[in-house]
Structures are given as C-alpha cells and as structure tokens.
Unconditional design. Structure first.
Length: 383
C-alpha cells in the first residue's frame, strides 16, 4: 500500500474508514507486482490499482464488502487467476495468478496508528518497511509492523513475542536492499516456512539519475528521468549553461567538474549516470571514475567515431576490459531518434531494459514473457 501512501495518508488524517487491497504474490504474466494496492473509502471512492484493469471490479467489491461488515469485517486473502474454460470470467486473461490481501482500516482500529505512521513516513520520502501478515491464522491476518531505517520497530503482528523481533530483522534487511517481498516464518518467530507469510513493503528515496552535460538533449532527458521516477541532477562545469532556468524540471543543477562532483556525491546500486558531454576533457576523467563505481547504469553519448576515440582514451587511462564492458556507448536503443525528445526516449528505453531485464526488441519479435518478476538479487527474471 505504500505505493499510494500520499492519498491514503490524507484519508487517515481525515478520519475516513477505508479498505485496502494489496498484491501479496504473483505468478505467470501478472501485470503488477507485490505491494501494488487499491483502496476504497466509505463513500466508494477508489484510488490505486492491483491489476491494470483485469480484476479491479471484483477487488473493489471485496473492499466494499469488508467495510460493510463493520466491526466484524476481517482481513481476507483472495486468489485471482486464469481459467482455460472461461477465459473472460473474473480473472487475469493475460494468464497470470495474483494473491490479494484485503484489509479494512477503520478510524478506531488499534493498528491504524501503525499504518498511518508508515504512510506518513513514506510520504515524506523516509526509508520505511511495513510488514503485514498475508497468510496464516485468521486472528493474525493483516496485522502490521513498521520498521524504520535505523531498525526501530512499532506495532505488533499479534503472535509470539519472538515473531515481532524476527520479523523486524527480516523487514529491515529488505529495506536496506530497497526491496518489497515476502518472508516465511513460523508463528514462534523461527525461520521455519509454512506457518506465516509476511508481505514486506519497502519504500526508499527515489533512485538518482545524474545527467552530465548541460545541452538541449539533457533537458529532454531530465523530463524523461522525472517521468520514470528518478531524482534528477544536471551537472556541468560551465556556469553559463548549467542554470536552473534552462533545466526547470531538474531536482538539482550543479556547476562543477563532472568527475569531481561524481566523486563527492551520494550514489548507490540504483544510480543511473548519463554522460552527454562527448568532450574528452570532461567525459574521459568522468568515465574513469564512473566505470569503477557500483552503480546501475553508465551510458555515454556520441557517434561511433567518438566512441572509438573515447574507448582508446579510456584504455590509455588504465581501465580494464571488464570495466569498459559496463559502458553503454553510444547510449540509447536504436529507435532512429533525431530530436532531443526522441533521443531521450531512446536513452530512457535502454535504462528501463537494463533495469528490468528486457531485450530491447519489439514484442512481436520475441517469445519471452512480457512481465518479469523480481529476482532474489533485486534484478529481474522472467516470470
């Protein structure tokens, strides 16, 4: 439910009763992953999505029923899947299976304060994990535990005292990895599967996209990066070009030598670096630093001739074959792009393909699954 935190937090502040449906697990070609949520308030207002349209109507009715049951309404776990006999009945016509947890959240519920705190923290951009019992005894279903970035916890899952401690440790580990997933525990908190399944939703600050080179193509890439959910920084050593007025969509505009800024700023395994300078004075020292950092993506703009010259200079700078193999150059997928906007789309498409494990080919030319599920290491695997 943290993917709709801002809207839900407003409902909490207004004292509304609501029911929230959250995707717990997926199989096959399900359109949305664990953590995706849909909520319905007492007036029938709906926010969010759990399936991109396939089963929204049925999930909406489950939420309405959970609210109509009043104080007797409890959390329920429902499965929606594909039926060979009746493909267009209530189910996923794309062939997948999703398990959805539906929980009523009333104004005077004991656990509402925990959910409200999690929603508020997520809305502020703070790292937070919310662990909820998704499978297990009916008396525990839907109980929630909030875990913050420093490891402190609030709330209870309602079972054995050791269950909260173990669940908090597991949720904190997923939070540090920036992942949403499930954890199997026994009711006494031991690591024995089969007793309980916890859905752990993690929210962390948005990943960074750093665009080096304050050119017209950068302005279009800034807009594409923001659309994809990145915190976007533009960096250039030339103050006349690196101005907030030229890049109003950027979160930051920095005047500094690119390699020096990259060495001093925060990056992580989700960071995307786009080098648009195509000038050896800037991009060779910058890429020498970038290709030795544990970031998600390093791409550089330029012609084939520019790339060959850059590759030669980077080899002279001492980069290894393994380090050079990380460089996406020329940056972007082959879309035949010409304008800055088309080029930004090309670059964004390559970033998404790398992030999600896509081929970059037209779907009509492949027989691989359209939707991919998260792998244990945080990357993606075919679903």
């Amino acid at each position: 439910m943290l993917d709709i935190a801002a809207e839900l937090q407003r409902w909490v502040e207004e004292g509304r009763d609501f029911a929230v449906a959250t995707v717990v697990a997926v199989g096959g070609s399900a359109p949305r992953g664990p953590g995706a949520a849909l909520a319905v308030d007492g007036e029938g207002t709906v926010i969010g999505s759990v399936s991109g349209g396939c089963v929204e109507g049925a999930v909406y009715e489950l939420c309405v029923q959970a609210l109509a049951d009043g104080a007797d309404g409890e959390s329920v776990l429902e499965r929606f899947g594909y039926s060979d006999e009746d493909a267009f009945a209530v189910g996923l016509t794309c062939g997948g299976v999703i398990d959805i947890l539906v929980s009523p959240v009333r104004a005077h519920d004991a656990g509402r304060a925990v959910l409200g705190a999690a929603l508020a923290a997520a809305g502020r951009g703070e790292p937070v994990a919310l662990a909820r019992v998704a499978r297990g005894p009916a008396a525990l279903l839907g109980h929630a535990l909030l875990v913050r970035g420093d490891g402190t916890a609030r709330g209870t899952l309602g079972g054995h005292p050791e269950l909260d401690r173990t669940a908090a440790a597991q949720a904190h580990a997923l939070l540090e990895a920036g992942r949403t997933g499930t954890v199997e525990l026994a009711e006494d908190g031991t690591h024995c599967p089969g007793g309980l399944t916890l859905l752990v939703e993690s929210t962390v600050p948005p990943p960074r996209m750093i665009v080096f080179g304050a050119i017209d193509f950068a302005a279009a890439l800034v807009r594409a990066g923001k659309f994809l959910g990145y915190h976007v920084t533009v960096c250039d050593a030339r103050p006349v070009f690196a101005t907030a007025a030229r890049f109003p969509g950027a979160d930051e505009v920095v005047v500094d030598w690119p390699h020096r800024y990259l060495q001093s700023t925060r990056t992580d395994a989700r960071t995307v670096l786009c080098v648009l300078t195509h000038d050896p004075r800037f991009d060779v020292p910058l890429l020498t630093v970038a290709l030795r950092m544990p970031v998600a993506f390093v791409g550089a703009m330029g012609s084939r001739r520019t790339h060959d010259d850059r590759d030669k200079r980077l080899r002279e700078a001492g980069l290894s074959e393994r380090e050079l193999a990380r460089l996406r150059s020329p940056i972007g997928l082959d879309l035949g792009a010409r304008t800055p906007e088309e080029t930004a789309l090309s670059i964004a498409a390559e970033i998404v393909a790398e992030r999600r494990g896509g081929t970059g080919l037209p779907l009509t030319a492949t027989d691989t699954p359209i939707h991919r599920a998260s792998a244990p290491d945080g990357r993606t695997a075919a679903a």
